[in-house]
Ligand binder design. Sequence first.
Ligand code: ATP
Ligand code: MG
Length: 393
Amino acid sequence: MARVIIIRYGEIFLKGKNKSYFESLLVSNIKASLKDIKHVFNRSQGRFFVENFAKDDEAEIVDRLKKVFGIYSLSVADKVETKYPEDFADIRESIKELSQRLEEESTLKNPKFRVTVKRADKRIPITSAEIAADFGGIVLENTSFSVDLKHFDYEINVDIRENGWAFVYSEVIMGAGGLPVGCSNRGLLLLSGGIDSPVAAYMMAKRGMKLVAIHFASPPYTSERAKQKVVELRDIVSKYTTDMKLMVVPFTDIQLAIHEYCPAEYMITIMRRFMMRIASIVAEENDCRAIITGESLGQVASQTVESMTSTEDTALLPIFRPLIAFDKEETMTLAKKIGTFETSIEPFEDCCTIFLPKNPAIKPKLDTVRRAEKEIPNADELIKKAIEGIEVL
Ligand code: ATP
Ligand code: MG
């Protein structure tokens, strides 16, 4: 019996005349996510189908598809010949096997079921309800389940397609939802090694934004291993965001200069202003229209309204902060769900922790910061050098 994965897509249906654009983006993202797995991709009547894959790859394919934004839900089905006007023999066999399997796996007391038939094959003169009643008999014969059309624990679906094939399945697996990556422009993600920024990436990608990532490293104060951790985070997040280029900026000289010329309490604020200057230039070069950070209001000294005002002052693009109103708890829950948490909590130095002042300014005044920063004699040159030193991973 052949297997097929049925892919349903939701929100993008709403988009009227953009529908075919959204669909084709989704198709290319699905194909990209499965590119190293043998399969055949088909589409028909508002559904996509993945078929002809090896049995051993089935779980991996489902796992990858669950991470493709724009997919509403999935089902893994038996694909059988309809065999009409014969007696639907293969469908019957499939229903028998499926219902027996459901019973074996069930931990419920007196489970209830129903059979739902959809019949696109209009040659068949009997109604869907009549066929469903007939098929329900197979489940009754082979399991201890009883019928309940309203309050059922299991639904056995039989889709009789027009082309002589039918799909039999029960489980509907929820997809990642959202919009296909690529439909909402490109953004430059400031990716640290922490918990927050990978989650921010996930959230923007969910709204269809394609991402390019930038990481500020300060060797030798930050190690090769710390950089490797960021690469790992990028790799995990890429399963949701589609491929994501990562650029590593050498940030040491800028930090040393700030440390040398500026008051300690403004270290973080000024450092973040430099990050935004560099990010703005790199964004332009990479055709990105927004800057994304993992900041959350009030989380640390650099994430007050005043600090963000100071930071934004040097950005040439809008800054999106999808976690702005999240509790740490909520962010951690999402990080665990997307699989970045364990990597994020590995203890490696971050450039932000170097020369960390004892008492950072919590409410920096913009004009004071601007003035303090002017003390750095060769700021433009430092920025230019940092950008020239970018390593693409
Ligand atoms: P995260 O968990 O994402 O590291 P955080 O709670 O540690 O965030 P900060 O260190 O203040 O907060 O950083 C706020 C945001 O600034 C990060 O979410 C990230 O987007 C960006 N950022 C901080 N450090 C770096 C870095 N070394 N490289 C790139 N971006 C950074
Ligand atoms: Mg951090």
